[in-house]
Design a protein around this ligand. Structure first.
Ligand SMILES: NC(=O)c1ccc[n+]([C@@H]2O[C@H](COP(=O)([O-])OP(=O)(O)OC[C@H]3O[C@@H](n4cnc5c(N)ncnc54)[C@H](O)[C@@H]3O)[C@@H](O)[C@H]2O)c1
Length: 340
């Protein structure tokens, strides 16, 4: 079997999810850890990665490296993705693809032109429960959707921002509660309901005023065609992490969360919906998450899909253009809130 050597550029909080995911795919492994700071060495040793470097250009110049994960601050995503594609590497980049929509289009076009796989991590798109709800909506089991509500309440302590070179800054993060933590709720609604139009939004720094220049809280009204969508996200609450997505239709409704292992809290509607929902409830996602618990385990699923696409050339479940759409909605929300 051919061996594929993957490299992770950025060895911070999320990087272990990438090492775990590539390590689980036969023939693949993370062969190089790269971080511009000295902890590249420790990260490599802890995870059994044979090589490490502080310079990403040496990774990109290595012809034996097939693909890279870009797991650094948001502001550098665009440039590192471009350099990696230019070097002929397939790229898995953490969300968001970059901060600027025109640049996002350029990157997706560059990947297509070069015949390289470009994928933006949005692991909850791969959660079995999210995929099931998406099917129920598409098959009309909820009838006509009337409204959708998506919420994240999270808590980030002051040092999460104060000790970071990029979080809580417009230049480094491009926003905060929405583009970082709230990304998943918003992206999941887009994945289920389709493209979103922004009608109104409000954003502010309510609690974490001393440590961040960007928002700790955002509320918005959007629509997906005729369906009204409300979105609320905060990182200033007293709860570490809790998401909630509610879809109400003319025939049925569901309420679920994305928190590991992803729970279906309520379902009502036609018999077929109840049957499918109860089947889904019985399915277990009780795998041990490799990193922080609420990141879940679906990095594994997206990474397996990425590796399959690199190997056999067939498209992934979710296209990079989907991530451009989510970026557009995020920037529209910031514009509507006067926060950009
Ligand atoms: N999908 C998820 O659930 C999830 C969870 C957490 C973070 N993320 C995303 O992952 C990305 C990274 O977040 P994090 O929390 O791991 O950040 P982090 O600050 O913990 O880690 C970033 C690392 O990148 C390194 N770095 C910066 N520039 C570099 C460069 N040019 N070359 C090599 N290394 C460089 C830094 O030294 C740091 O160690 C962000 O895009 C974030 O939104 C996603």
């Amino acid at each position: 079997m051919r061996e594929f050597r993957h490299a992770v550029i950025g060895c911070g909080r999320v990087a272990s999810n990438h090492v775990d995911g590539f390590g689980a795919v036969p023939g693949w492994s993370v062969a190089v850890a790269c971080d511009r700071e000295a902890h590249a060495d420790t990260f490599a040793k802890t995870h059994g990665i044979p090589e490490w470097t502080r310079d990403h250009t040496t990774v990109l110049a290595d012809p034996t490296v097939t693909s890279v994960s870009v797991t650094v601050d948001h502001a550098q995503h665009g440039e590192l993705v471009r350099q990696a594609l230019d070097a002929g590497k397939h790229v898995l980049v953490e969300k968001p693809l970059c901060l600027d929509e025109p640049e996002a289009h350029t990157l997706t076009a560059l990947a297509a032109e070069r015949g390289l796989v470009l994928s933006v991590v949005a692991q909850h798109r791969y959660d079995p429960l999210v995929l099931a709800v998406r099917d129920w909506v598409a098959e009309g089991l909820l009838g006509d959707l009337l409204y959708v509500s998506a919420r994240l309440q999270a808590r980030r302590p002051e040092d999460y921002y104060a000790d970071s070179y990029w979080r809580g800054t417009r230049a480094g993060e491009g926003g905060s509660a929405l583009i970082n933590q709230g990304y998943h709720c918003l992206d999941t609604v887009r994945w289920i309901c389709g493209d979103l139009t922004v009608h109104a939004a409000t954003a502010g720094t309510r609690v974490l005023t001393g440590v961040m220049e960007t928002e700790d809280t955002l509320g918005a009204l959007l629509s997906a065609g005729p369906v009204s969508v409300t979105l609320n996200v905060t990182v200033a609450s007293s709860v570490d992490w809790r998401t909630r997505v509610e879809l109400v239709g003319s025939l049925g409704s569901v309420v679920f969360d994305l928190d590991h292992p992803g729970t279906l809290h309520h379902r009502s509607g036609p018999g077929e919906l109840l049957r499918r929902a109860d089947q889904e409830r019985a399915r277990s996602l009780a795998e041990e998450p490799p990193g922080i618990a609420y990141y879940g385990v679906s990095h594994r699923r997206q990474i397996a899909d990425f590796c399959r696409s690199v190997t056999d050339g067939t498209p992934m479940l979710s296209a990079p253009e989907d991530a451009v759409g989510t970026l557009r909605t995020i920037n529209d929300l910031y514009d509507a809130a006067g926060a950009r």
